[in-house]
Design a protein around this ligand. Structure first.
Ligand code: ADP
Ligand code: MG
Length: 242
């Protein structure tokens, strides 16, 4: 589980064509890092994968379900796709435990007891068990983002999408979040990660995708993309960020 197949995906906002013709297959347990300049369409691509944005045309299959054509099933399909945002987006009025157990309970996937037991397991996994009963504002940014990851995992997703999960963090907190993501990758989660952390991409990605102006311009293993980029636009981008 966790296979994603994107075919001829296009997305426009009015006259602005943001995704021009995206084709991408993500294998089960594969870790993809997406890199590219601001405004190139990275977030829009992720948002099309879990139907937060409606594709203008093309298909996005997640484990065989075309989420661009999902009628009444969209919420069900979306449950299999976890997403972590730059700005954590925790529910401020809920404790950490409640943030994580809320969705599985309200969707009647688990009893409250089961969901809280799972939440505690996930909190141990992100090394925050002692924070179960505090509110998000009492946590550092890095801790909040680890809770956000635990919350996404509570739905037992087949694929996890990360949209610049460390970009809003103070530098000293980036490592703790990347370490949780590294462990998740080791555990076999299918992951699509938009990131500016080139070190993470180099170390953890099976494949790096460079997006420019709505196209996948170049893709390959990190050793190739970082060590021997072939497209001039990739070379220019890497020269700016490395
Ligand atoms: P990235 O994540 O690579 O920085 P985005 O996918 O956020 O890029 O944005 C790509 C382009 O689409 C930008 O020009 C942005 O302004 C535009 N865009 C994104 N979302 C919307 C929206 N909801 N309405 C109109 N334009 C949008
Ligand atoms: Mg973005």
């Amino acid at each position: 589980m966790g296979k994603v197949i994107i075919k001829n995906l296009k997305k426009s906002f009015g006259d602005l064509e943001v995704l021009k013709d995206i084709n991408l297959e993500v294998k089960e347990q594969e870790v993809i890092c997406i890199i590219g300049a601001s405004g190139s369409g990275k977030s829009t691509l992720l948002r099309c994968i879990n139907a937060l944005e409606e594709a203008t045309s093309g298909t996005v299959e997640v484990d065989g379900n075309d989420i661009t054509k999902a009628d009444g099933n969209i919420n069900k399909y979306r449950q299999d796709i976890g997403m972590v945002f730059q700005q954590f987006n925790l529910f401020p009025h809920m404790t950490v435990l409640k943030n994580i157990s809320f969705a599985p309970v309200s969707l009647k996937l688990k009893t409250k007891e089961e969901a809280e037991e799972t939440a505690m397991k996930l909190l141990r996994r992100v090394d925050l068990a002692e924070k179960a009963n505090v509110y998000p504002e009492q946590l550092s940014g890095g801790q909040q983002q680890r809770v956000a990851i635990a919350r996404a995992l509570a739905m037992n997703p087949d694929v996890m999408l990360f949209d610049e999960p460390t970009s809003a963090l103070d530098p000293e907190m980036v490592g703790e979040v990347l370490n949780v993501m590294k462990q998740l990758a080791k555990d076999g989660m299918t992951m699509i990660v938009v990131t500016h952390e080139m070190g993470f991409a180099r170390e953890v990605a099976d494949r790096v995708i460079f997006i420019d102006e709505g196209f996948i311009v170049e893709e390959g293993p990190p050793s190739e993309i970082f060590g021997n980029p072939k497209n001039q636009r990739t070379i220019n981008f890497l020269n700016k960020v490395l």
